[in-house]
Design a protein around this ligand. Structure first.
Ligand SMILES: *Cc1c(COP(=O)(O)O)cnc(C)c1O
Length: 360
């Protein structure tokens, strides 16, 4: 039976990227050697690194004064690398979920942290509004998409101080004005590849302003390097995840880039949210205006609470995978990232309709 993959991350990848990765494991670039077995100092690999960075630049219109890096350690490593590189005295954080809270926690190792607003009071089901960003902060940190709670900041906000964003779960799902940010980062394993590589897009002139001594690997300037051909090559880069990212970016480009992706994503999300709002057995958990295009969270309506396990079974039998909600929210979460085909969303909607017809 066909499986419909709604995992929150790692998650579904474009089929083409997977096929091409399989081929590269057998034979990379016609070398007769597989990609898992090559040196990262071969010309073929240097070309892939450059092309991957160039694809990022093209897809997001990244200005020249920004550098694109591919690092290890996941987004969680950036939680402390960001304050190490940017926090002199004080940083401001918007607490929109558990990832945002974890990021703020690491910043406290380096200085004062001001939480400008938090939606923890309502299980992070909305994005706080009307807060003030302190002008004396070294930077303001946001999490644009809250993977666990299904809320998303839909606009590039205007910040009076350097804006830094964790975009792990909505990068490349919509156009972004990179010039409004000092830095954008995220783990690749939601929208741009498999687990194992972290993307960092950083405005170079903002670096080197803190007084503290930085460990070599923590300092972004190490990874920027002197020459482009050594970029993200200070130590061995995660070669295979970067390759799959390269293939994923090529796929995004082929579909028409982020504008086209955004249109498809809006249609997919609308399809599912419309069904949640129409179907009397389900209710969405996120505030409507803040609903994420990537992670759709819903629970059973009050009078059908006892049907939760039954729907899970029903959906499973219909081929749905990974729709169990995070334990802090309960219910269901369908992650419908870029690579999740519309066909899978349609299958889930059909499944909800059939369940309603049989049970309501
Ligand atoms: C998944 C996720 C993370 C954690 O990423 P790792 O690469 O596992 O460290 C951080 N932030 C957000 C928004 C996420 O969705």
């Amino acid at each position: 039976m066909k499986k419909h993959n709604f995992n929150a991350g790692p998650c579904v990848l474009p089929r083409e990227a997977v096929e091409s990765a399989i081929e590269a494991i057998r034979d990379f670039d016609g070398t007769g050697i597989g990609i898992l077995e090559i040196s990262h100092r071969t010309p073929g690999w240097e070309r892939v690194m450059k092309e991957t960075a160039d694809l990022w630049r093209e897809l997001l219109n990244i200005p020249d004064n920004y550098k694109v890096l591919f690092l290890g350690g996941g987004a969680s490593t950036q939680f402390f690398a960001v304050p190490a590189n940017f926090l002199s005295k004080k940083a401001a954080y918007l607490q929109t979920g558990v990832w945002a809270k974890k990021a703020a926690k690491e910043a406290k190792f380096y200085g004062e942290v001001e939480i400008v607003a938090s939606s923890e009071d309502k299980t992070y089901s909305y994005i706080p509004k009307g807060y003030t960003i302190p002008k004396d902060a070294d930077y303001f940190h946001i999490t644009t998409n809250n993977t666990i709670y299904g809320t998303e900041i839909h606009e590039d906000i205007d910040s009076p101080v350097t804006l830094i964003a964790d975009m792990s779960s909505d990068i490349l799902s919509r156009p972004v004005d990179v010039s409004k940010y000092g830095m954008i980062y995220g783990g690749a394993q939601k929208n741009v590849g498999p687990a194992g590589v972290t993307f960092v897009i950083v405005r170079e002139d903002l670096l080197g302003k803190v007084d503290r001594k930085l460990q070599t690997m923590v300092d972004y300037r190490t990874h920027i390097g002197e020459e482009e051909r050594n970029r993200s090559m200070f130590n061995t880069p995660p070669v295979f995840p970067i390759y799959v990212m390269h293939e994923t970016l090529k796929w995004v480009k082929k579909l028409g880039g982020v504008e086209a992706m955004y249109k498809i994503n809006k249609e997919k999300a609308e399809l599912l949210y419309n069904e949640i709002d129409r179907n009397k057995m389900f209710v969405g958990t996120a505030a409507k205006e803040d609903r994420s295009l990537m992670n759709v969270c819903f629970v059973m309506a009050e009078e059908y609470k006892d049907k939760e396990a039954a729907f899970m079974e029903f959906a499973k039998a219909a081929g749905m995978v990974g729709i169990k909600g995070h334990r802090s929210v309960g219910g269901f979460r369908a992650s419908i990232y870029n690579a999740c085909p519309r066909e899978s969303v349609e299958a889930l909607v059909k499944c909800m309709q059939e369940f309603e017809a049989q049970n309501a």
